[in-house]
Design a protein. Structure first.
Length: 485
């Protein structure tokens, strides 16, 4: 027993050095020194101290040391320490997934690398989500000016930022702040939403002019929409076309006009578009606003009809959209639902020097009927069967001018803007008009590589490991026994 104890004590420096280096490496990588790193370092120091104390009490202690093993141990521990320090300081990563699921898009990399002022992300959750930390770490590796912190939603910081509930994500830079959509329990931070928030924070408040004077509800009538736009850094300003459209206008919104515009006003809108202006036009059915000639120059025709949809066993004057064009505005929508009450169909025809595309399309269960028609069912003599186009996005190839037309204004009113993805349609339309690059970021999708075996293949996969292979093993063992008998 005594020789064994002496042998253990003689080489106690080996586990001591290992524990000491491991504690330092864990602390450097995790950036948290308590409790695991400090406890590991303490155990290492205790082991090395015990070894030194034993040697001091022995005669000829230096001669008793295996100097070669000591040097080898010190060299290995030193190399590990240096290697892990380099790995913690300089991160090399290879994303071998087919769709680069763990790689940030080129748009995100460009925006984050260009940061000149510090930006901090606050995630107010009850528990830290490792997937979210990985996403935020990827951003931080691009630029040290990007930082993040997980905090309790009842902390002093949460009170300062006016956090209402757990799951909120806030971006701060100096006195500026952006609020991202709240996370569900266990939910993950979206690259599209986070990068869009950073872009809005960098751009500052963008003037969004809201046309008035033709029976349009002002922005204060749409309280939920106004709040949503304010959170996205838009500064809403009312505009009467008796004056020229200001040069600082990011977008001009024409929402729910009830009366025709005057000829001089139409001329001003045409001048604004041809000189590179951006217009969002939301117009309900049964309304004539006097823009038909202007829209025709952009290849768009407003049909004087109203959209009906079959919803379960009833019909309603509402457009239900689950089909979206392959366009930056709608490319991330998938087959999510958006609703358009009192909608009118549109048509778009290619015109010279214009590029356009339908972005909102109903399915075959919808139809359009003349206004005032109260028939609850489709009439092939009078009605037009879907699919119908409810939204079009057009841009000029000769100037920066852009135009988005949607055949419903009521979809942004209070109570409806929060339904399904109605708010995404509005925000993405404004983002495309305002040249926000984050709309080009496509959500990463996992390619379905599932194997769908037939019934007999399933049976084979089931019986092969539990029946065939064990039986072959027994047969082979029996044959071997018989030959050696």
């Amino acid at each position: 027993m005594q020789p064994t104890l002496n042998f253990i004590l003689k080489y106690l420096y080996v586990p001591g050095a290992f524990l000491l280096s491991m504690g330092v490496m864990i602390g450097l990588v995790s950036e948290q020194w308590w409790p695991v790193p400090m406890v590991t370092i303490g155990l290492g120091i205790l082991a090395i101290g015990s070894w030194i104390g034993l040697l001091i009490h022995q005669q000829g202690w230096w001669q008793s040391i295996d100097r070669r093993m000591l040097l080898q141990t010190m060299g290995v521990c030193g190399a590990l320490l240096i290697l892990n320090t380099l790995i913690a300081s300089y991160s090399w990563r290879w994303d071998l997934t087919e769709n680069q699921l763990f790689t940030l898009s080129s748009q995100t990399q460009q925006i984050v690398k260009s940061l000149t002022e510090p930006i901090k992300v606050w995630v107010f959750t009850e528990q830290k989500n490792l997937a979210n930390q990985e996403v935020l770490d990827a951003y931080r590796r691009l630029n040290p000016k990007f930082s993040f912190e997980f905090a309790n939603y009842e902390s002093a910081t949460a009170q300062k930022l006016q956090v209402q509930a757990p799951g909120e994500v806030h971006l701060t830079s100096g006195d500026n702040k952006q609020v991202l959509p709240s996370l569900n329990p266990g939910g993950s931070i979206s690259e599209v939403q986070l990068t869009a928030g950073i872009e809005r924070l960098l751009a500052g408040r963008r003037p969004l002019y809201w046309l008035q004077g033709h029976g349009e509800p002002d922005s204060q009538t749409f309280t939920q929409t106004a709040k949503l736009l304010s959170e996205r850094n838009y500064l809403i300003k009312p505009l009467v076309l008796a004056q020229a459209i200001p040069k600082d206008a990011a977008v001009l919104a024409i929402v729910g006009s009830q009366q025709p515009l005057l000829a001089a006003e139409v001329s001003e809108l045409e001048r604004y578009l041809t000189s590179g202006g951006r217009i969002l036009l939301l117009v309900d059915a049964k309304v004539q606003i006097g823009l038909d000639e202007l829209l025709k120059k952009w290849g768009i025709t407003l049909q004087n009809r109203i959209v009906h949809s079959q919803i379960k066993s009833a019909q309603a004057e509402v457009g239900v959209v689950i089909n979206y064009g392959e366009h930056p505005i709608t490319q991330s929508f998938g087959q999510n639902i958006s609703l358009y009450p009192a909608a009118r169909p549109l048509t778009w025809k290619k015109a010279p020097d214009l590029e356009g595309q339908s972005i909102l399309n109903t399915n075959g269960d919808s139809w359009s009927a003349p206004p005032g028609n109260q028939r609850p069912k489709f009439d092939p003599q009078l009605d037009q069967r879907g699919p119908l186009t409810l939204g079009v996005a057009v841009s000029s190839t000769k100037s920066p001018g852009k135009l988005v037309v949607i055949g419903s204004a009521k979809f942004v009113q209070d109570g409806l803007i929060s339904q399904y993805i109605n708010s995404d349609v509005l925000l993405n339309s404004l983002g495309w008009l305002d040249d926000r690059s984050t709309l080009a970021i496509r959500p990463k999708e996992i390619t379905n590589r599932r194997i769908n075996p037939s019934f007999w293949q399933t049976q084979l996969l089931f019986w092969l490991p539990i029946g065939v292979l064990p039986l072959l093993s027994f047969v082979g063992a029996g044959r071997l026994w018989w030959r050696q008998r």
